[in-house]
Design a protein around this ligand. Structure first.
Ligand code: FE
Length: 334
């Protein structure tokens, strides 16, 4: 175990590694919530939880008045009610739920698993307040205590139960191509879609941008062939986190080296030197960057790309263009 490896999220903002099998877990009925990042560990930037539910588990219909939320499905099938419409999400699908979006989830298959990212970090504390601690990441056969709507009503969190959704809510746009909305509105991105930039043999796909998050964060999928490490660098303003979804990657942070596989999570706040290397072909990770100011970097490094799959031959790699504009980017090369 390395110095940065934690069993649970640390009590203060710092670099840390949380393995797939680690993390503080809570149980509600037959769903387990694992906390990967919270208000304390991110300095109130965001929270990230993994939710694993047996078939038929659901949240209440609710709204966050302040927080933006991103949902990314890993396994199973997730039904999402978004502003009066029902959407069904499978592995690799993404849902964008800006503040004010009325929503509810339901697991349609056993052991459906998804990640929920939300701004300001308080969501993780809400789960700590309403759910019982649990030792595993997967629910057992007996339902634990469920939460009554009345209990949720009494919570002092940005989680408001909705019993009668107002009319005229914005319908979520279905994104099936390389284009995202240009405002903080609800939308659903089909696996493989999203706005993509190709840089050499790495594909960066925006699932959330400055425009869709009120500049609060970016959600970026990276997929590539095995290759060289990116230059060691740090950022002065934004936090980055790396959640490995497929394959194997090596990461360096604060002078330590880690090997990441599916479900492993590395949190890298501003000022921490870091780098990564994809070690097997088609390694994939999702990155949440907060704030969203680093968007321009990806647009300078690569070129717009229309396909969902990696190219047969590498595309342009415009690192020179990054260097020429480095004064505008939150990027410090070591
Ligand atoms: Fe970085």
């Amino acid at each position: 175990m390395t110095a940065l490896q934690q069993k649970t999220t640390p009590q203060n903002k710092q670099a840390y590694l949380l393995r797939n099998e680690e993390g503080e877990c809570y149980i509600i009925n037959k769903q387990v919530i694992k906390i990967l990042a919270d208000a304390a560990s991110t300095g109130n930037l965001f929270s990230l939880v993994q939710i694993t539910g047996s078939k038929g588990e659901a949240s209440p219909l609710h709204v966050h008045d302040q927080q933006h939320e991103s949902i990314y499905v890993i396994d199973g099938l997730l039904e999402l009610t978004i502003n009066n419409e029902i959407h069904t999400l499978a592995s690799g699908d993404y849902a964008h739920l800006p503040a004010g979006t009325v929503h509810q989830y339901k697991t349609l298959r056993n052991r459906t698993r998804f990640y929920s990212f939300s701004t300001d970090g308080s969501m993780a504390d809400m789960y700590r307040n309403i759910a019982d601690p649990y030792a595993y990441t997967v629910p057992h056969s007996e339902a634990a205590d469920s939460i009554t709507a009345a209990a949720l009503h009494d919570l002092d969190h940005d989680y408001r139960i909705v019993t009668d959704p107002p009319q005229g809510l914005i319908a979520a746009k279905q994104i099936t191509a390389a284009e995202l909305p240009d405002a903080a509105v609800p939308y659903v991105v089909e696996s493989g879609a999203g706005e993509s930039m190709l840089a050499a043999d790495q594909l960066f796909t925006f699932l959330a941008t400055q425009a869709t998050t009120d500049k609060k964060y970016l959600a970026v999928m990276t997929e590539g062939y095995a290759g060289e490490a990116v230059p060691v660098h740090h950022h002065e303003k934004h936090t980055e986190c790396f959640l490995c979804l497929e394959g194997k990657m090596t990461m360096w942070a604060d002078g330590e080296e880690f090997h990441l596989e599916k479900g492993d999570f590395l949190h890298v706040p501003a000022h921490i030197e870091h780098s990564f290397r994809l070690d097997v072909h088609h390694t994939k990770f999702i990155g949440f960057l907060a704030s969203g100011l680093f968007e321009k970097f990806f647009r300078l490094l690569g070129e717009p790309y229309e396909h969902s799959e990696l190219p047969k031959t590498p595309g342009a790699f415009s690192f020179q263009r990054v260097l020429e504009n480095i004064h505008e980017l939150d990027l410090k090369l070591s």
